[in-house]
Structures are given as structure tokens and as C-alpha cells.
Design a protein around this ligand. Structure first.
Ligand code: HEM
Length: 198
């Protein structure tokens, strides 16, 4: 048992195995099995992947804003590199790829549900998810084209002059705060669609 939890890969695999066990028990109990030849089951499957990646993305966004950024001024200067050279680059790796996985799976879900065009043009009945998708897309853009390029300068992954480094850190911080603000209505819109919309 301990061997499972000493490895992150094995821990995640154990989560998937646990899910399969639950599905088998549910299938045996109800006689209803996973319907892999059913389009709506696959739409549900991608919705699940979408929520998983969305949790990873927004979880890390909130970690940066609620934990890391407010803690930095309290950390002695000689210890700061532990965050800027080790923790932040790893967190940013999962952050930006989770953002990518979230938008890709979100677009797949909207396409499979047959409303992507109606949602993106904010047509009746699709206002909630349409607005949510636009907010999510702005946030994804911020991650890949504002936060990540500026963080590379701020963390020293890309070498720049000290003044540019400070300005980049400010730009990345501002975009991260904007994304935190947008995450509140965005998540409301995401869950609203399944619950009658606005
Ligand atoms: C770039 C952005 C995103 C796009 C294009 C997108 C797209 C979608 C779509 C199409 C749905 C299905 C709505 C429905 O028919 O009920 C959905 C649902 C959902 N999304 Fe997103 N989304 C994005 C970002 C996010 C993020 C960042 C999260 C964070 C966790 C998230 C969480 C959810 C949740 C919880 C649901 C509801 C699932 C359900 O009730 O079954 N989405 N999203």
C-alpha cells in the first residue's frame, strides 16, 4: 500500500483503478454498464476530463494568488530561489498545460453537444456556456501569451535586464489577478448551463 503513495504516478493510476472498481460495482448492482458505443457517454467522458483539467488549472491559479504571491514577501531573500527556481517553474508547467487541456476538452464537449457555434455567438439558450467559454478563452490567452512569457523573464528562465525583469513580473502578476477575477463568473457560467442557464 505504502509503495502506491510513494509515487505520484502510481497514486494517480490507483485513482483510475478505484474509478473502474466503482463502475464495475455499479454495473453489477444496476445492470447498467459504461456505454462506449454511445455518443452521449463520450460527451460525458470528455466533460469529466474537462473538469479534471479545469480543477488542475484553476487550482494552480488560486495557489499562485492565495498562497505563493502573498507568501513571497515573508520569505527571507536567501530562501526565495527555492520558490522561484524550483516550485514556481513546476507549478507553471502544470498550470499552462492544464489550461491547454481544459480549453481543448471544453471545445470537444461543446462540439459533441452540437452547440459550439450557437454558444460562441451567444444565441438564445446558450448565453451561460457561451459567456463562460469566452471568459475561459480570454483566461487561456492570458496564460499562454501574457503570464507564461512574462514569468519566463521574471523567473530568469529567459535572461533580461533587471528593469525588464521587474516589469515582466508586474505584467504576469496583473494578468494572473485578472484571471482570478474572471474565474469567478467563468465557473458560474460553466455550471449554469447544466442547470437551466441564466
Ligand atoms: C477555456 C475554456 C473552457 C471552455 C471552452 C469550456 C467549455 C465547457 C463546456 C462546453 C461545458 C459543457 C456545458 C454543458 O453543456 O453543460 C463545460 C462545462 C463545465 N466546465 Fe468548462 N470550459 C472552459 C473552462 C473551464 C474551466 C477553467 C473550468 C474549471 C474547473 C471548467 C469547469 C467546468 C465545469 C465544472 C463544467 C460543468 C460540467 C457539468 O455540469 O457536467 N471549465 N465547459
Amino acid at each position: 500500500m505504502g509503495a502506491i503513495f510513494q509515487s505520484l504516478g502510481r497514486t494517480v493510476a490507483a485513482g483510475v483503478v478505484l474509478l473502474v472498481v466503482f463502475l464495475v460495482i455499479a454495473g453489477l448492482g444496476t445492470g447498467q454498464w459504461v456505454r462506449i458505443n454511445d455518443h452521449s457517454w463520450w460527451a460525458f467522458f470528455f466533460r469529466w476530463l474537462h473538469v479534471l483539467s479545469g480543477v488542475m488549472w484553476i487550482g494552480l491559479l488560486w495557489y499562485f494568488n492565495f498562497v505563493q504571491t502573498p507568501s513571497m514577501p515573508k520569505i527571507p531573500d536567501e530562501q526565495k530561489p527555492a520558490v522561484s527556481k524550483v516550485i514556481a517553474p513546476t507549478a507553471l508547467f502544470w498550470f499552462r498545460w492544464a489550461a491547454m487541456a481544459t480549453i481543448v476538452t471544453g471545445i470537444i464537449v461543446a462540439t459533441m453537444m452540437g452547440y459550439i457555434g450557437k454558444a460562441l455567438t451567444l444565441q438564445g439558450g446558450y448565453h451561460a456556456i457561451g459567456l463562460g467559454m469566452w471568459l475561459g478563452a480570454i483566461m487561456w490567452f492570458n496564460v499562454w501569451f501574457v503570464i507564461w512569457p512574462n514569468q519566463k523573464k521574471a523567473l530568469g528562465i529567459v535572461q533580461v535586464e533587471p528593469a525588464e525583469k521587474a516589469a515582466a513580473a508586474k505584467r504576469a502578476g496583473m494578468a494572473s489577478r485578472i484571471n482570478t477575477m474572471l474565474s469567478i463568473p467563468m465557473l458560474f457560467c460553466m455550471v449554469a448551463q447544466q442547470n437551466g442557464g441564466f
